[in-house]
Design a protein around this ligand. Sequence first.
Ligand SMILES: C[S@@+](CC[C@H](N)C(=O)[O-])C[C@H]1O[C@@H](n2cnc3c(N)ncnc32)[C@H](O)[C@@H]1O
Length: 243
Amino acid sequence: MPELTPDDAFLTLYSDLAREGPGAAADLGWALSVAATPADARICDAGCGSGADTVTLAKERPKAQIDAIDQIAQFVAAAQKRTAPFGARVQVRQGDMAALSGPYDLIWCAGAVYFLGITEALRLWRDALAPGGAVAFSEPCLLARPSAAARAFWAEYPQITDVAGIRARVAAAGYRVLGEQMQIGAAWEAYYTPMSRRIASLRPGATGVLANALDEAEQEIARWKAAPSEIAYALMVVAPVDG
Ligand SMILES: C[S@@+](CC[C@H](N)C(=O)[O-])C[C@H]1O[C@@H](n2cnc3c(N)ncnc32)[C@H](O)[C@@H]1O
């Protein structure tokens, strides 16, 4: 069999996972409420991955029209399959979330804004928002007095800041904060517990690039387990100041 590429190994690890980043269904209900997203809203799930949150959005707003977008074909196919029961009101497509057209009452972006940068993403999405529209996004966040273990967890994301820094990046884009809450513990369990099972199922016989990918994922989970009460995403609901 030909050796896998690092991209193949990544997709092998992530195939069949419930989600591709930390998150919890309850957080969507909170964000929809804070954003006052109407029943018949147009919603975008930007960087939807395999569609865990797209499904929750469709359930939370049964009359909404939902577009979901991701750049990775395998995730798009998985999200299309999961959302098929909702029919034409949920559309999943492969594309670049930097180029949304809208208009949307809510742009939801879980664990993906850091690919663009907060200020950059919010500026790019300004014209895709309907009047009164909002953006909800989750972003790595340093808590007060982070331990060495917490800093080690985030070592590969030097742009990380604390909640004040996130608010400043929001303000720099011309947005205001409607609500914020931390995602600690359960949201990360929901991501790492299925991933641990997936690693265990792939481990027998894994060699080369796949074995390396499994090692790296295991090390990431171990770093999280070293400081789970300190590893946080800030879930921010924001809206344009002039919106
Ligand atoms: C950490 S995953 C989160 C996926 C999903 N939101 C979740 O919480 O399970 C980040 C996702 O953002 C997607 N992504 C990154 N940059 C993108 C872009 N410019 N356009 C579309 N999708 C992008 C990746 O392909 C990946 O599926």
